[in-house]
Design a protein around this ligand. Sequence first.
Ligand code: SF4
Ligand code: SF4
Length: 258
Amino acid sequence: MPIHEKSLIRPENIHVHEKLEIDGIDVSGHWSTFIESRVITDYNEAMEDEIRALPGGENIHRCWQCGSCTNSCTINAINPEFNPRYWIYLTRIGMEAELLRDREIIWQCVSCNKCTYACPRDVNPEGVMKALLHWLELKGHTAKSPSMHFDEEFAEQVFATGKIEEGRIIRGFFKRTGQELMQDWLVEMVKRMLRHLPVKMLFMMGMANVLRPRTRGWGGAQAAIAEYVVERKRADRRAFGLENAPAEQGPAEQGEVS
Ligand code: SF4
Ligand code: SF4
């Protein structure tokens, strides 16, 4: 028996018995096809509020599902499964389990912000992608994503010195994500830099790696940022009802920011 629009049904929801006989009648193969119920009982009615409580997710309620974000998305052009519009839709109606099916690809967002420029409703879809990643991690649905590791490495370096040094960021990122430092593309990039950049610039870059210079008068800004980070984490945990669970320590609480 043909199933119309079969392509719209997930293969795992279609069941067929290779061999089945009921009351002496052979209903093997497609005669025994059945499709799993689509009744959904596990809505997370707080999901939109949870995302709105996180930085970047504040305007998710403004989305009118025009699809401009997905149409303009860098990653969607190479992976059609990457669909910001759809994830915003799932979040707004609270289909948490459905969203979790894509938890391994949401982190692929490269923060190019094309979606944000295309959005006619000021939703800030790029920020929503970041909020979704943060949400997945806070709820324990995923380990930290590579982009989350990168953001943390970047932010910790700014907190500590008021500056960034690309070489240290790359090394720190590789260490956090368990990657080898000697990667072909990186070796090639360093060779080209050695060949083409002025000696003085190479010297300055080397010294910045060793001495870790700080922005002059950074102490005041550093203390204000540290205070903000602690407040922000507290607010996130409050939004998720996690006030009493053991908190992950950031640089401020670990005393790295002084
Ligand atoms: S910021 Fe992320 S979601 Fe937006 S267009 Fe770029 S890759 Fe796509
Ligand atoms: S472009 Fe903006 S309004 Fe349109 S679907 Fe994306 S987030 Fe929603």
